[in-house]
Ligand binder design. Sequence first.
Ligand SMILES: [Zn+2]
Length: 245
Amino acid sequence: MSMSTDGLVIRVNNVGEYDRIVSVLTADYGIIRAFVHGARSLKNKHATTTSLLSYSHFTFSKKRDTYTITDSAVNKVFFNLRGDIVKLSLAQYFCEIAENLAPVEDEAGEYLRIMLNSLHFLSESGRDPVMLKAICELRMLAISGYTPDIVACHNCAVFENETMYFDVINGELYCPDCKPAGLNLLPIGKGVLAAMRHIVYSDFSKLYSFSLPAESLENLSRITESFLLSQIEHRFTTLEFYKNL
Ligand SMILES: [Zn+2]
């Protein structure tokens, strides 16, 4: 059996002397792990198409439970990311988020759109990288079932206050009057809360259309990161690397 589709390479593992196993994020089949013969030899036709962050058209052949890439052609390589260690490490972190949240061999169109748009804006300097980080963290969590309930205070349903409180363990929002003691609550200002609601609830076409001052973006990113880390039992080594730069 064989199938052809576009996909973004989100992980590369070297095997043996010349071969690779890659994880490819596709719209129709989610993440596919596939073997690539000879991909590490520079003159191999798959050398570029199966490198990390390449968006390519692939033909996969499946035998028993193993996929092999038999044909490939480049659509886009995010070249600008390679010369900037901060952006490159952030891009690798986005890949690690997708790898942990996107389905395997099932529909994943929105994950792919988030990745391609975020990498595009990151590489073209179209948006603040911290904003892209928050979008990748929170939107991918929301569409994979970890949707926080941030419509209103979880207890009294008040919509907003100068400061609200977000429970990162249960994904719930509280006003100052209702905030329970003993929970890991993060304070959220109005602008940051509006941005979180936008990331979770907006149409994809508007997802990247909001702005916040740099200091609020840092707060937003701290909250979305801490929500991700409290929901997913995984050590994001790419995030640790990015934060140590
Ligand atoms: Zn309340």
